[in-house]
Design a protein around this ligand. Structure first.
Ligand code: C2E
Ligand code: CA
Ligand code: CA
Ligand code: CA
Length: 275
């Protein structure tokens, strides 16, 4: 009938065919990325009001042998769909925790928190909590310096399960940040029930802050909300001093963005040399 005809058409659509093939190739390559050690972490500083580095966010990079650097914006969604994110996420967490453990012995670094992105698919795995705890134990990383960045989409379904997992990790000392805040659908009432430590203002609002009254109003509200819920608040995507000054004047206490440092290898962090 009509529906079947349309399906047949799109199946033989040559452009679609090319796109599907490219995607299948990328997927096959991504499967090999871990065993071939093509993934690496970059680190971006997070600073407090006077510009002092108080933490870093780990951001995964894929060095593809032919394509060069493939952006996480491209391969993370793919990894989410085919479940590779579980293995990739475990690798990211373990690599980050190994770093965190090394910093304990370094007076210039032992105060730093390390933020790691956790994708919903990874978090929803039945043994997520056990995996994190096992990695903390194996690496001897200080749990209270680890901050897991989760997104609001986690709480759309299975809220109680998500909350229970967070509470269990919280008992081990692990902290939580709500990433891309303002872009999702969290009910504000629910925020209070989650063991959160931090809200991260999405960079789209920060980018438009000075040109768009709505963005400015949203950012001001998020800062006020964080304050009243006693949560730390980080503005991400801060690129200019004018944005920083506005945020500072409105009570923001943590900043991340190109103005303070791009994601890069550890050696490029604006910190004193390792002692
Ligand atoms: P995100 O967690 O929101 O990370 C912030 C993104 O903004 C990073 O892009 C960072 O490089 C970029 N950024 C930081 N400061 C600025 C700025 O001042 N201006 C602009 N224009 N951009 C800035 P990146 O590294 O390409 O990562 C993109 C997304 O991929 C991340 O967004 C996150 O959702 C995902 N991702 C990255 N690493 C991981 C990971 O290890 N695990 C998971 N699950 N997701 C990851
Ligand atoms: Ca993040
Ligand atoms: Ca973000
Ligand atoms: Ca994002």
């Amino acid at each position: 009938a009509k529906g079947a005809g349309r399906n047949t058409l799109s199946f033989f659509d040559p452009e679609m065919q090319v796109r599907l093939q490219a995607r299948a190739r990328l997927e096959a390559d991504l499967r090999l990325a871990l065993p071939r050690e093509e993934l690496l972490l970059h680190y971006q500083p997070q600073v407090a009001c006077h510009g002092e580095v108080v933490g870093v966010e780990a951001l995964v990079r894929w060095e593809h042998p032919e394509r060069g650097r493939v952006s996480p914006g491209e391969f993370i969604p793919l990894a989410e769909e085919n479940r590779l994110i579980v293995a990739i996420g475990a690798w990211v967490l373990e690599s980050a925790c190994r770093q965190l453990a090394r910093w304990v012995a370094d007076p210039a670094r032992r105060h730093l928190t390390l933020a790691v992105n956790v994708s919903p698919r990874q978090f929803r795995e039945a043994d997520f909590v056990e995996r994190v705890v096992a990695i903390l134990e194996a690496t001897r990383a200080p749990a209270e310096r680890l901050k897991l960045e989760v997104t609001e989409s986690l709480f759309l379904e299975e809220r109680d399960e998500a909350r229970a997992k967070m509470l269990r990790l919280r008992e081990h000392g692990v902290r939580f940040s709500l990433d891309d805040f303002g872009t999702g659908y969290s009910s504000l009432a629910y925020l209070k029930r989650l063991p959160l430590d931090q809200l991260k203002i999405d960079q789209s609002f920060v980018r438009d802050l000075l040109d768009d009254e709505t963005s400015a109003a949203i950012v001001a509200s998020i800062i006020a909300l964080a304050e009243s819920l006693e949560l730390e608040v980080v503005a991400e995507g801060v690129e200019t001093e004018a944005q920083r000054d506005w945020l500072l004047a409105h009570g923001c206490t943590r900043y991340q963005g190109y103005l303070f440092g791009r994601p890069g290898p550890l050696a490029e962090l604006p910190l004193p040399a390792t002692g």
